[in-house]
Design a protein around this ligand. Structure first.
Ligand SMILES: Nc1ncnc2c1ncn2[C@@H]1O[C@H](COP(=O)(O)OP(=O)(O)O)[C@@H](O)[C@H]1O
Ligand SMILES: [Mg+2]
Length: 407
């Protein structure tokens, strides 16, 4: 999972703080958090209290006890060999003497990145699968697909909670789909990611009687979207480490936060209908997604509200988009609307209807365990990971090849 490295700085010496922040910010993939907390930080630059070093060491012990993966960089104006020895004994990873210089800081960051990437690979192997669902435009059925997909996985997984995330920052209403009271959700959690930890994330989840966990968006749709860069990915990363399966309703706007979600997903499902405006928007959306150069098979398209008299239009659409559809969801407006109005998923309320059956049976081939939509791609992690974020940061000339994402 591509993600930014969250850095927290706790340093009284203003020059040291500024130099470190400057060097770190120039490197790719770092994000300096605003708060003083270390809940979700990967790295902390901490200044030694030279009069009371033991107090600093006690603090470090506590921090590492709570977050074993946190790396502490210690900085001080004096270098006392005994103090250094004690510092490394309590778990400090790097010592940076003041005044901080590029020659000292950069090699320390390179060493950090090597350790961090190793940890990420190990975590990625263990962590859950993430599916993002995005509508080609509003009203396509993205929320219906995300909710019922999550619910059908939940009904199979039973014991293990599945996470459903409402990432519609322009008025998410998944709480209504499941008759759950929306919590402050993502908006609240993203405000200060330096304070984030599993307990805080867990307390923000609404729990459905099926076992499913919902993180609501917290956005009503009338306010300005204020997701700090990297914060969505951070919240999703924590949720992912707590759930084997996660489904994200991305709405239909390619906000920066939605791009973060797409980047860190194993699979992306674009929901469309066979109407001309939807076909045009889907073509455009696929072109934009191609620019992220995702691995083949990561992106798939499902047609919602499909009826059998649309066969010819379906064939034409597939040839226009240059890919076969990963799923055809039957059209049944009455049942779909009734389910929403009752706050019940189709997989429970209408399990015997064709649409309910589709969600109960049709999602297996849609999402395979190898990280491809429609089973037509390559395995997870086999190909080089790419991203919108990677492309923003990548130097000119890198990753410019337009590679198809569906085999
Ligand atoms: N398979 C379907 N057949 C008919 N109507 C559907 C189907 N799936 C969803 N709908 C209806 O489409 C409308 C929009 O669905 P919604 O999931 O809210 O879309 P989005 O999240 O993309 O805006 C709702 O009224 C819903 O009942
Ligand atoms: Mg929606």
């Amino acid at each position: 999972m591509a993600r930014l490295i969250a850095v927290s700085i706790n340093c009284r010496n203003e020059a040291a703080r500024q130099t470190f922040e400057e060097i770190v910010s120039r490197r790719r993939d770092y994000l300096v958090t605003k708060g003083q907390g270390t809940g979700a930080a990967d790295m902390l630059l901490l200044e030694l209290d030279e009069f009371r070093p033991q107090q600093t060491f006690g603090h470090i012990r506590e921090l590492l006890g709570a977050s074993p993966d946190l790396e502490v960089f210690l900085t001080a104006s004096r270098t006392d060999p005994q103090v250094l020895l004690d510092a490394f004994r309590v778990g400090v990873k790097e010592f940076l003497p003041q005044p901080l210089t590029r020659q000292e800081v950069e090699p320390a960051l390179v060493r950090f990145e090597e350790r961090f990437n190793g940890r990420m690979l190990a975590t990625e192997r263990q962590s859950g699968r993430v599916v993002s669902v995005i509508g080609a435009r509003g009203g396509m059925g993205a929320s219906t697909v995300a909710t019922n997909l999550a619910m059908s996985i939940q009904q199979v997984s039973r014991q293990e909670p599945v996470a459903l995330v409402d990432l519609d920052l322009h008025g998410g209403d998944l709480g209504l789909f499941l008759d759950l009271r929306p919590s402050q959700g993502l908006k609240h959690l993203s405000k200060d990611i330096s304070r984030l930890d599993e307990t805080i994330v867990r307390s923000s989840l609404a729990k459905h009687s099926s076992g499913l966990h919902l993180l609501s968006s917290g956005y009503e749709g009338f306010e300005e979207v204020a997701q700090a860069p990297g914060s969505t990915m951070r919240v999703l990363g924590l949720l992912r480490s707590m759930h084997q399966h996660m489904v994200i309703d991305c709405g239909h706007v390619l906000d920066p936060a939605v791009k973060e979600s797409l980047d860190c997903s194993d699979q992306i499902i674009v929901v469309m209908t066979l109407s001309l405006p939807a076909i045009r928007r889907t073509k455009r959306l696929l072109d934009v997604l191609r620019m992220a150069v995702y691995p083949s098979g990561k992106v798939g398209v499902v047609v919602n509200r499909y009826s059998n008299d649309q066969k010819d239009l379906l064939t034409e659409t597939e040839s226009l988009l240059g890919l076969p559809m990963a799923g055809l969801i039957p059209n049944d407006y009455g049942t779909a609307s009734e389910a929403i109005n009752h706050g019940k998923p189709l997989t429970i309320m209408a399990s015997k209807t064709s649409i309910g059956q589709w969600y109960l049976r049709g999602t297996g081939p849609l999402i395979d365990d190898k990280g491809s939509v429609g089973g037509n791609g390559h395995g997870k992690g086999v190909e080089k990971k790419s991203s919108f974020i990677g492309r923003c940061f990548s130097t000119l000339g890198l990753e410019t090849g337009s590679k198809p994402f569906v085999a």
